[in-house]
Structure formats: C-alpha cells, structure tokens
Ligand binder design. Sequence first.
Ligand SMILES: [Zn+2]
Length: 419
Amino acid sequence: MSGNQDRRDAFEGCFGGLAAIGRDPGGGWTRLAWTEEDRAARSWFEASAADLGLTVERDAAGNLWAWWGGPPAGPAAEGAEGQVVAVGSHLDTVRGGGAYDGALGVVSGLLAVGELIRRGVEPQRPVAVVAFADEEGGRFGVPLFGSRVLTGALDPADLLERADEHGTTVAEALAAAGIDPDGFGPDPARVGRLAAFVELHVEQGRGLADLGQPVALATAMWPHGRWRLTVGGEANHAGTTRLADRHDPMLGLAAAVLAARAAATELEAVATVGRVLVEPNSANSVPERVSAWLDARAEEDQRLDWLLAAFEAAVEDAAGRNGLTIELAGESRTPGVEFDRALTDRLDACLRASGLEPARLPTAAGHDAGALAAAVPTAMLFVRNPTGTSHSPAETAEVDDCLAGVGALAAVIEELACR
Ligand SMILES: [Zn+2]
C-alpha cells in the first residue's frame, strides 16, 4: 500500500470516528457543549490520543489537552514558561452543523503528531493537541467559552447560572459532566507555558476555492457580536383584530432584520438573524412577543457599531408606530484579532519549504485561536471548502485538501517544537 493511501486511510478512520458522533436524523451534526454527544466526542478524543501514546488531561476551563512529550505540570514545569507548542480546535458543533468545523482541526492535530511519531521525529519541547470546550456557544449562548475562560477573558462566576433552553444551568451541566463548577476558571500558569498556538480549521467561505489553493494562513479575525432583541406587543385574534388596533411585535422584528441587511450591505459587513422565538407561536394569533438573535461581523469595530445602531433605530421606529416595547441586550462581543505576524511569517516559510504556497486570508468567523491570540503568539491555517458552506450539513472538504492540511500542521509542529 502506498504512503499516500495509508494517510488517506488514517484520515478517514480518525475523522470518521468523530463524525459518527452526534448525527442528526436530518443529516447534520449536533454536539452541544456538555451533552451526551459532547461527552462521547470527548471520550473519542481521549481514546484517539491514547492510541498515539499521548497523555490526556483536562484544564480548569474544561478543555482537553493531549500531550506529546509529557505535560509540563508540577515542579517539573519550573522554567517551562513559553516552551509548549499547542495545536487544536473544538469538538462541539452548532445545531445541525457540518462534520468539519472544529473537528478537522482536532483530527488534523492528532494525525500530524501521529505522522511525526511514525517518522521517528522527537519533540524538543512539549506539544499539546487541545480540544477546546464549548466553542460554538450553541447551548448557553456564549461562544469561545473554554478558550476565553482559560485565558481569563471570561469570568465563569458570571456565567455559571446561565441556563439553556430547558432551564439547565452551566453549573448543572458542568456537574453532570463530572466537572466541579467551583473549580472552574482560568489557568494563567498553563497559558504562560505556551510558546505558540496554531489552529487549523476548515475555511468557512470560498476564499481558497476562488484562489484554487488547498491551504491558507489567516491574517486577521473580524470583530463580531451577538445581541438578543425582544419585542413585546399584544396577543390577539388574527381574524377579528383590526390592523389599526394591533400591537404586532413581528413588525418591529421585520423592520430590524431588513435594516440590518441594508446596513451590512452598505458597510461591507455581514448580519444574520438566524434564531427567532415567537410567543405564543400560533398561526392564527397576533404574537405577544418575539425574541431574535442578531449576529453581526465587520472589518472594524466602528462598522459593527454603525450596523447595530441601524438595527436599533429601525426597531425603535417600528415600536413607536405600533405601540411595542423593546429590549436589546448584548450577549457577546469579540474584538477583532490580528494574528501574530512573526509566527505567521515563520509558518509561511516553513510551508513553502514543504512545497505548499499558502494564501493569506482574513476571516469573519470566530475561533478559539482568536481568544488565545490575546495571550500567546497565535496563527491559523485554513483548509479549502469547495462551496464555502459552513454551519450546515453541506459543509465539506476534499480528502486530498485535508491531507494537505495534516501535512502542513505536521511541518508546523516539526518547525516549532522538534528542532
Ligand atoms: Zn469552528
């Protein structure tokens, strides 16, 4: 069997193991944080890492670390500041998401280390493959949960009482997953031991497809935010209530959605209302209340502020005309990130030496790498997504491109940790 066929088989075996977890009847993948599916994915990670001879441990923020070269913990960690090279991504998904988002980075990290072990390469400093917890925020509405708690950017005390749609709190979900919520928090010593973090991720746009390239290095991450809008009106009969007598909150939401779209077009930004709750959600009633979530991203913070202002002005205007109440609450705001230039240039040179010509692309998606970048020299690799579709079962990548990504990540680990 050829070496290339071996690598294909290794990829399909490893990726397929994770992709078997959290399948929806409708064809997508749903692995929300701290659910049974998430637990199964974390067990898969522990078993896959153990197969490679890696030791797995969990940090204080619930993230899993698989160590090649030993965990630099305890007294042996003295003098280990800035020594560890970490790669990885996340195991959780959005509801009905794709197979590659997050998963590809974790699988590629394990396979890249496996490839180096098979070639007899020895790490000169500890290497960790990290599976970050609750990256998507699909259950509790707080994205980058594990990575931001780890670095101290999020205070878990503010979040433990947050509930999911069934009323289960973060604290209860952690306890059910065997994690003591009282011990949940940042780990500055662990972060201080990192020399570099590199996240590989499937591209969530068509940048590489348009360029005809398999792999890119990220330049920057757009600032983005998530807001919850609640518009209150008055429930009434859909047939007998005259239009002039209605207080229909759906009109406020509709105006806001269209305004966000117009502002996004103007500002070359993106705005999405992808989640809506309608009460009482009855086809023949004027609704009493609608709640909706706005996700907006732009090249600069200023543009994000303008977009939000347009959204708010439109709903205020509609509220004035229709007798509605409004509540607009920020759920998260992530500043823009410039990835480490020196590290990215070093990876660029290393990838060119291994025969790749990586493109450079910005991204409007959020990533754990963005959270790590605040504390550690950080870079990102993207793997081509032929259609650009993501957060959907249609998200995909060719095996050859995934193998190029694994090869790139192996070259990066070798460059940063094995020389
Ligand atoms: Zn992701």
